[in-house]
Design a protein around this ligand. Structure first.
Ligand SMILES: [Zn+2]
Length: 343
């Protein structure tokens, strides 16, 4: 069986016991080799990668582009990476529901396991009515809140790499500035979408934070997680809303099955309306390497670009950003940099 294969439940708990009992499990990297920093999702890994000096820390992301974190089960290879990590960063709020136990058990002196949303004030967290009192984990969809996680990441990195405190502070300030501009750009683009097209219809409830921050109503056919099938009543309800507003498009998501949305399109067409199935929007995972959405900034700009251009808004705010060819794994990498930060 390959090391990439998913673990059985029994194997998983055996490994957890190893993680818990292994007092010398923290491996020091060989001299001059960067320490291994493990991140759960691409959105988390991207922030960590921007803040850590590359000579000191190398970031590995466990959940690959296009993969749904709600349903992701750790593989043997993931467990080895966690066991050998110097720091583990997760998104938290039960996004990585099937990895929560792993991340909790891996935490120990000398190998912190940090949920980067744990410092966000509780009154900023959304608790959906139909989610059994659990929080909505999709906090990165509000750029201002995702930006607020930088403080905890930077503090953790400064503890682990005290020799690089000044550089980490500088990197944090730079990224904070970029994210403040990103927040404003997304806000302007969404604000340009006119009524009655000002409605976002997607597969699952990933946009509650986005909706609250950028003032666009959202509807979806699944709940906050993707582990339930959409019902006929959910589909009929959406068909009614779309037909009454003559909405031009609904959006697939890169990491979620679009079967339910296709049923909505069929239902709308059966009533004599046209409806574009647009997307994908990037909600729970970054895009593939080399795509415009392969960074957190790129993901959010790509989403705003699709919404504004397809729902009748303006893409002018994007003029303040430029696409550069990806120079991966450094802070100068990535598509969509603010113009003024270019050399
Ligand atoms: Zn989700």
């Amino acid at each position: 069986m390959s090391v990439r294969s998913t673990l059985s439940r029994r194997e998983f708990f055996t490994w957890l016991a190893v993680l818990s009992g292994c007092s010398t499990g923290i491996s020091s990297p060989p001299f001059n080799r960067p320490a291994s920093l493990v991140a759960s999702t691409g959105m988390v890994g991207d922030l960590v990668r921007e803040l850590v000096p590359p000579s000191l820390g190398e970031v590995t992301t466990l959940i690959r582009p296009g993969v749904d974190p709600h349903l992701y089960r750790p593989t043997r290879a993931d467990l080895l990476k966690v066991l050998n990590a110097r720091v583990i960063f997760s998104s938290g709020l039960h996004l990585e529901g099937r990895m929560d136990a792993l991340f909790e058990r891996a935490d120990r002196p000398g190998r912190p396991s940090i949920a980067i949303t744990s410092d966000i004030p509780k009154d900023q967290i959304i608790y959906p009515d139909d989610h059994s009192g659990r929080p909505d984990p999709h906090l990165w969809m509000d750029v201002s809140l995702w930006r607020a996680t930088l403080g905890l990441i930077a503090r953790t990195l400064k503890d682990v790499f005290p020799q690089a405190q000044d550089e980490i502070v500088g990197r944090e300030a730079q990224l904070s500035d970029v994210l403040a501009r990103l927040d404003k750009t997304v806000e302007e683009m969404v604000a340009s979408i006119p009524e009655p097209q000002r409605l976002l219809v997607t597969s699952h409830d990933a946009f509650a934070y986005f909706s609250r921050r950028y003032h666009i109503p959202v509807e979806s056919i699944q709940g906050v997680t993707t582990d339930s099938e959409p019902g006929v009543a959910d589909i009929d309800r959406l068909v009614d809303i779309i037909c009454s507003r003559k909405l031009p498009a609904i959006f697939t998501e890169s990491s979620v099955n679009d079967r339910g949305l296709r049923a909505v399109v069929e239902g709308v067409k059966a009533r004599g309306h046209e409806l574009i199935l647009a997307g994908p929007l990037y909600t729970d995972a970054l895009g593939e390497p080399g795509s415009p959405a392969d960074t957190y900034v790129g993901m959010m700009l790509e989403n705003a670009l699709q919404m504004a251009s397809i729902l009748g808004g303006s893409t002018t705010p994007l003029d303040h950003w430029t696409q550069s060819s990806g120079n991966t794994h450094s802070s100068s990498r990535g598509l969509f940099k603010p113009l003024s930060s270019n050399p």
